[in-house]
Design a protein around this ligand. Structure first.
Ligand SMILES: NC(=O)c1ccc[n+]([C@@H]2O[C@H](COP(=O)([O-])OP(=O)(O)OC[C@H]3O[C@@H](n4cnc5c(N)ncnc54)[C@H](OP(=O)(O)O)[C@@H]3O)[C@@H](O)[C@H]2O)c1
Length: 343
């Protein structure tokens, strides 16, 4: 039992549990962390792992010392408690102060931008790797964009299309979605420039490959790729879009008490379309079910690599594709049955 500890902050939530279960299935020792000690103890009993494989750690977001102590005990913190607009900074600061790597599951562009804008120098001088949005929304599209545009010199646009059906949101996901829907100032990337500004929300059509086919989309969909993709793809414009039907399905916002099995019954495709300045372009996509599982698995893959010393050449705040070789990482997730991959 010598593997370095991986902490899961927000371990009692749906994503945190999936991350904990997957790490324990790989015999990796974990620290279940969060604000509620009784719930953490209950979870530790429920997970029923051999002796010494599970520790717990209680730390509220305003307890700087307890968060720092968590980071000092851990090689990596996988931050699974959202909305990240409220939770990202305290954990990121603790990771820097306590010297642990950091991964989170944010959807929202603002906290992703905040970590790149405010934590870069501190993460570099602490020698830690900080990867925001390494999850279903965000990290997978970031990897797809890198893989699709590899060697493509004159990228005009990168468009990320999410097709999601059967999404059963958790309490934190509903809260996150409500905050995003009500947001006035959006992060955009157009004409090669990142801006924060009000935008017109429009409907457009995204040409998903079969069997999904062309679908009406909400555009832009506020997800952090607008921050991460321009860091490594020299595109003039980056935008994410989501199938309009996703939010028309009744259960999306009314299924907070769904079981883990019901939550697993989503269907998704993430497609990335990159167009060249001179016309033409390239596409890639992944397709599967259980968006929650994909996000948890991606973060576990990254966390175990960081914990075992397979770190990127450079420390600092990095996008998923800056931290790991894109196509091999995606192919590896495909071999674990996260999705089918077309590149
Ligand atoms: N990017 C993606 O694709 C992706 C994928 C999965 C999840 N997410 C995001 O990840 C977050 C968690 O999702 P989930 O499905 O696991 O939600 P969930 O099942 O509702 O669980 C939320 C977890 O966060 C903890 N938490 C909430 N507010 C907290 C606070 N102020 N201080 C400390 N802990 C707090 C909860 O602790 P208690 O048990 O003590 O209440 C619980 O452990 C959401 O923001 C969601 O949007 C994103």
């Amino acid at each position: 039992m010598n593997a370095p500890l991986i902490a899961i902050y927000g371990a009692t939530g749906h994503t945190g549990r999936l991350v904990a279960k997957e790490l324990l299935a790989r015999d990796h020792p974990v620290i279940l962390a969060g604000r509620n000690g009784a719930k953490l103890q209950e979870l530790a009993v429920e997970l029923n792992a051999p002796d010494g494989r599970i520790r717990t750690h209680v730390a509220t977001l305003d307890d700087e010392a307890a968060l720092r102590e968590l980071a000092e005990r851990s090689a990596v913190i996988v931050h699974c408690a959202g909305p990240y607009a409220e939770t990202a900074l305290p954990l990121a600061q603790a990771a820097v102060d306590g010297g642990s790597h950091y991964i989170d599951h944010a959807v929202e562009p603002h906290p992703v931008k905040l970590l790149f804008d405010t934590m870069q120098a501190r993460a570099q001088s602490a020698g830690i790797v900080m990867i925001p949005q390494l999850s279903f929304y965000g990290g997978i599209a970031d990897l797809l964009a890198a893989a699709v545009t590899e060697g493509m010199g004159d990228v005009d646009r990168v468009t990320v299309g999410y097709s999601v059906t059967g999404w059963r949101m958790t309490p934190a996901a509903v809260k996150t979605a409500e905050l995003l829907i009500g947001e006035i100032d959006r992060v955009t990337f157009a004409d090669g420039v990142q801006r924060v500004e009000p935008v017109e929300i429009r409907n457009t059509v995204f040409p998903f490959p079969p069997p999904v086919g062309p679908r009406t989309m909400i555009a832009p969909f506020p997800s952090g790729e607008v921050v991460t993709i321009p860091r490594h793809v020299p595109a003039r414009r980056v935008e994410s879009q989501l199938t309009a039907s996703t939010f028309e399905e009744e259960q999306t916002f009314t299924s907070q008490d769904a079981t883990a099995e019901e939550r697993a019954r989503t269907d998704f495709m993430i497609a990335v379309q990159a167009t060249s300045v001179g016309g033409g372009g390239r596409n890639g996509h992944v397709r599967g079910s259980d968006i929650w599982w994909v996000g948890a698995l991606a973060s576990v893959e990254a966390a175990t690599r960081l914990a075992s010393g397979q770190t990127p050449p450079k420390a600092g705040v990095l996008s998923t594709a800056e931290a790991f070789p894109a196509a091999p990482f995606l192919r590896h997730l495909a071999t674990l049955n996260a999705f089918t991959l077309a590149l």
